[in-house]
Design a protein around this ligand. Structure first.
Ligand code: FRU
Length: 497
């Protein structure tokens, strides 16, 4: 039986989604059905479809009492909304159903594990937030909260761990059919750690060990863990809060972190070998992955960041979208990301240009648009003469544009959305150091109306940001200071939606 709170959300979203024009939404990225979206949750393959749940507040374009929104897809590009899956309707989750994950039970039902939040109101307005881990079981549309909730609570924490910062369970089915859950936690030193819990049936859980600890290195609390084997290594993804910058790798604020290491499947004794940012752009957080039926590990993230959520364009009736799903691989100790190959099926008109010796500025009548897949390869036109700077202006009209610029002398790639229509003093620029030689740059850029995702060197680096520019700004300009050889291939993304 659905609660009143859930029934109301389901009725509300059906009506509210109708006031949003299809044209105002991204074409092939999932955005909230209505109101507000943050983290991806329960990213899974279930009953022949991908399911993606998300942190959801249907009633406003600001964060509020968290529900779980829900959408399904067969290609991760065409999404169909399902009714809201979870609402904050129990004592233990009355202040929010926070992030979590999904697995399939042996009997064919889908098991969701999420964080239930309930606040104690104390004297003088003081609040303590208690976070526990809860279950809901369902059929892909309706989910019933488990009567034994919460299944993991403050009594199951290791010594010193906070009861207030204990969230975002990520369940994984092990090879032997038992379950692991990786959960974000804050130890006494105030930084983050990931706790490992185990279960034989998915319902009764015990604390096993600390999987990985921040030890003051990467920001503070670690949110939204994901942990999986890939290409002979094990990968731990987390979203650290309150980062300090480290060179061009990590930036101030809420960030994204990938730890690559080795691990024994039975012991789960993760030994870190390398670390890197997941995304080097501005708007990326809370990544989660799914293993596709064909074995691909596919990642999706919230295409926003808590440090930049302030600007709400007044006319926008929704807030929050996901990144493009990305195929992951580990190569030479690094995480690589590439747009899911399904996107290639949606390619429409193609334009191609090769300029052997180009300097100055150029635009092409057939290279423009706001829903495009654009590839640009550049190198110096003359071996003995390095160019000074290459610049690409996207989503451009007389007043607005968003810039990507590359300085080969320093190998610095900069994204800049200062002139993309934002009226807020938030971060608009970011520089990253690219591993490249001799002025060669290989870019694949995906534009989907209000977002730009830049895949560099075959996915060795990715830079993601949202933009605010009106859709009529669809020009693209190429500028070279010095002489370059340039190869451009552009496809429109135009499939029937
Ligand atoms: C990360 C996060 C999670 C939490 C959720 C609440 O973006 O803070 O830790 O579960 O958002 O909406």
């Amino acid at each position: 039986m659905n609660s009143q709170v859930l029934r109301e959300a389901r009725i509300y979203e059906e009506v509210a989604e109708q006031v949003i024009d299809r044209e105002d939404r991204p074409l092939f990225h999932l955005c909230t059905r209505t109101g507000w979206m943050n983290d991806p949750n329960g990213f899974s393959w279930y009953q022949g479809k991908y399911h993606l749940f998300y942190q959801y507040y249907p009633y406003s374009t600001r964060w509020g009492l968290m529900h779980w929104g829900h959408a399904v897809s067969t290609d991760l590009l065409h999404w169909t909304y399902c009714p809201a899956a979870l609402a904050p309707d129990q004592v233990y989750d009355k202040d929010g159903c926070f992030s979590g994950s999904a697995v399939t039970l042996p009997d064919g039902r889908q098991l969701l594990m999420y964080t239930g939040v309930s606040c104690d109101q104390k004297a003088f307005g003081e609040r303590t937030e208690i976070q526990t881990q809860c279950l809901a079981v369902g059929d892909g549309v309706n989910y019933e909260k488990y009567e034994g909730n919460p299944v993991i609570n403050g009594d199951d924490l290791p010594e010193g761990a906070s009861r207030n910062d204990f969230r975002d369970p990520r369940i994984r089915v092990r090879e032997d059919g038992t379950y692991d859950a990786y959960i974000g936690s804050r130890p006494e030193d105030g930084s983050g750690q990931i706790l490992l819990y185990r279960s034989t049936d998915g319902f009764r859980w015990h604390f096993e060990k600390i999987l990985a600890a921040n030890r003051g290195r990467f920001g503070k609390m670690w949110e939204c863990p994901d942990f999986f084997p890939l290409d002979g290594k094990w990968v731990l993804l987390v979203s650290p809060q309150d980062m300090l910058p480290v060179d061009y790798e990590y930036h101030n604020g809420n960030g994204s972190l990938c730890l690559i290491g080795s691990c024994d499947e039975t012991q789960i004794d993760f030994r870190e070998e390398a670390n890197q940012a997941i995304d080097y752009g501005i708007d990326f957080y809370a990544a989660q992955t799914v293993e596709a039926p064909d074995g691909r590990r596919i990642m999706i993230g919230w295409m926003q960041n808590w440090d930049t959520v302030a600007p709400h364009a007044a006319r926008m009736k929704w807030y929050g979208q996901m990144t493009l799903p990305r195929e992951l691989s580990v190569r030479n100790g690094r995480l690589y990301q590439w747009p899911i190959r399904e996107l290639e099926d949606l390619r429409g008109d193609k334009a191609e240009h090769v300029l052997d010796d180009f300097t100055g500025s150029i635009s092409f009548p057939d290279v423009k648009g706001r829903t495009i897949d654009l590839q640009v390869e550049i190198e110096p036109a003359h071996r003995d003469r390095m160019y000074h700077k290459f610049t690409l202006r996207l989503a451009k009209d007389e007043q607005f544009y968003t810039t990507l610029s590359f300085h080969p002398s320093e190998n610095i790639l900069k994204i800049d959305r200062k002139f993309s229509g934002s009226r807020r003093a938030i971060i608009h620029q970011r520089r990253s150091k690219i591993n490249t030689e001799n002025g060669r740059l290989d870019l694949r850029i995906i534009l989907d109306r209000y977002s730009i995702e830049v895949f560099v060197n075959g996915g060795e680096y990715v830079l993601t940001m949202v933009i605010y520019t009106d859709l009529c700004a669809d020009g693209i300009e190429f500028l070279a200071d010095g002489n370059i050889r340039m190869h451009i291939v552009k496809y429109d993304i135009t499939s029937e939606f």
